[in-house]
Design a protein around this ligand. Sequence first.
Ligand code: SF4
Length: 330
Amino acid sequence: MREFGYQRAHDVPGAVAVLAADPEARFLGGGTNLVDLMKSGIERPALLVDVRELPLDRITVTGDGGLHIGATVTNSDLAAHPEVRRRYPALAQAVLAGASGQLRNMATVGGNLLQRTRCGYFTDVSKPCNKRVPGSGCPALSGEHRNHAIFGASDSCVAVHPSDMGVALAAFDAVIAYETADGAGESAFDDFYRPVGDTPHVETALPRGALITGITLPPAPVAAHSRYRKVRERASYAFAIGSVAAALDVEDGVVTDVRLAFGAVASRPWRARAAERELLGRTADGAAFAAAADAELAAAAPLVHNAYKVPLMRNLVVALLTELEQEATR
Ligand code: SF4
């Protein structure tokens, strides 16, 4: 492990100034992913700038009825917050589905968005990997890829994003705010993660040295009727092999609003817009839910060993929407 310096940031302008001046510095939040990557030599920062004491740890209801979540809010505090549980229950459920209680106590919202893939070749420095060493190759294409992408991958990389929280944020049109030495900026969730293409090492649209300061969720009445469901290979403390965040509003038996996002199927939390379009205005029944899933999964391009994800995601979508429909008409 490379020796590194450590300092605490006391204000946002000071924090981003340090990273602007030192390209080998990194922000440290909970450290639940970064420190692991440093131990294995994948990340080798010369300086860690600890941002946990910055005043970014609040969750507030916005004037229009949405929610603002500070970047250093811990996953535990996010999942326990009464307004999150009431207005965006799928978000609270997604956070609780991730990691262990100890990790959730440490991990931050900003860090969750930036966590790296758990592809076994990425985390093994003895193997080539285009994401870790650009141009070195992607052994997952012909090797172990049971848990890899079925959407949006390329010949350069087929890894998936590991976040549960991000799946709910994708469904609810989160906006990510950041600060750089040149000023503040923001990114719609749809634009935050870059297409894989032939540059899988460039994962987000964040400018170099930018600090995520918070996330805003716009008001969405449908989000109050939402759920998150995660499938994994053991009962707890495991990454998803497929997950769905769904929200559904039904009036007189017809779908009046719907949100769907998938996890563990792409290099980013995957908003299922084709499924949403298929479902809006249709009678809320099993046939429509299956048709919506099929509309999205028509674009899936599974590899040899992960084709199981196509029926898995279809079943997840139908089951979750059926539960929400039964709840809405109870
Ligand atoms: Fe690396 Fe991506 Fe290939 Fe995994 S899938 S080995 S992360 S390039």
